[in-house]
Design a protein around this ligand. Sequence first.
Ligand SMILES: *Cc1c(COP(=O)(O)O)cnc(C)c1O
Length: 441
Amino acid sequence: MPRKSAQAFAEACNYLPGGVNSPVRAFGGVDTGPLFIGHALGSKIYDIDGNEYIDYVGSWGPMILGHAHPAVIKAIGTAAKKGTSFGAPTLAETALAEKIIAAFDSIEKVRLVNSGTEAVMTAIRLARAYTKKDLVIKMAGCYHGHSDSLLVVGGSGLAENATASSAGVPDSIAGLTIVIPYNDIDAAKVAFDIRKGQIAAVLVEPVAANMGVVPPVDGYLQTLRNLCDQNEALLIFDEVITGFRLAAGGAQELFGVRADITCLGKIIGGGLPAAAFGGRTDIMDMLAPAGAVYQAGTLAGNPIATAAANATLDILTGSPKRSKERLGTPEKDCYQRLESSAALLEAGLANAARDAGIAVMINRVGSIMSCFFTDRPVRNFADVQSTNIKQFKRFFAEMLEQGVYLAPSAYEAMFVSLAHSQYDIEKTIEAAQNSFHKIKN
Ligand SMILES: *Cc1c(COP(=O)(O)O)cnc(C)c1O
């Protein structure tokens, strides 16, 4: 571990619990301490010892344009000079809402919040109010932020009440959630059967990306849609990672299945704290002050975060025609470019592993992917848990040594950005060739 990072971590541990402000940053999933970051630009990130790495964490998803994109930085500067927070409405919030609504067929109105956690937490409140039911179905291995009712693990039996997975969460709250395996159509049917008339919502990452990347099996999302319709429950897609990542319209556009409520975050903040949730007008108008479901935020729709968001979405999707202010020039064929960079990387990793005689299973959807150390397909959380985590840790350490910054956990995705050049990808494949060979022995 680089010297200055090691010192910085030891120092930070005196003042911050575990030395960090979000657990995964502590590198608990690998056998080394965390890198402290000095700066980042484009596809590269630099630690405080001055080492350069090709970055596939991308702040865990937001940095789809790469780090410190000039248009985003300019938009942030311009906004900051006009004042950093007013606690009053601004034109930029309406402009951002318009862009989100233009991208997602299923969204007619949207509320801006500060984090993905808030977006999902409130989406559930809204679903409960709308359906007048209490229970929420969630899938094992999907992550939806750290609100009480979602820090849960499944009970032992079918459709049993979940129990808390974090200290401090009362089982009475955890019990309002039902946890079933991802990609398990029968389990979803059984849960609706056993809990007839009690399910307010099904909450799912349409492409799971917090247990590594696990795509939905054929027909899975459509079945969830049908079950919700038959049982008067709402379908909530947590597109905090997939929104504006897999396509402008997220996984919904890719798979052709509409959600009732969609949660967005990460990319829509352009690297600043912003998130959102949206859906049909009849659902969204239940929110205060239009309706009786309370939700609020001092810094919601913050002008600097909103400026970064507007610039990012302008570049990814182009601004709607009547938008007066353009903060970024649309990049051509963003999603095609992401697809071909990521496909190149996938093929290179697969070849490198095969040449070294290491069994891997690569799951990829667009620009998110995971290289699981296993020879079996990975379709749910149990599959991920049965992969060779020890081998992943060694691979991670070798890649870092060779200047490639992967997520420090076997349960996280790789994020390819528009800033990754063909040269970056080739360098990464070269590093992987070396790394696979080294961990072989
Ligand atoms: C990151 C994430 C969240 C939580 O977002 P925060 O901004 O970290 O609160 C929720 N859902 C998914 C799918 C995520 O990946």
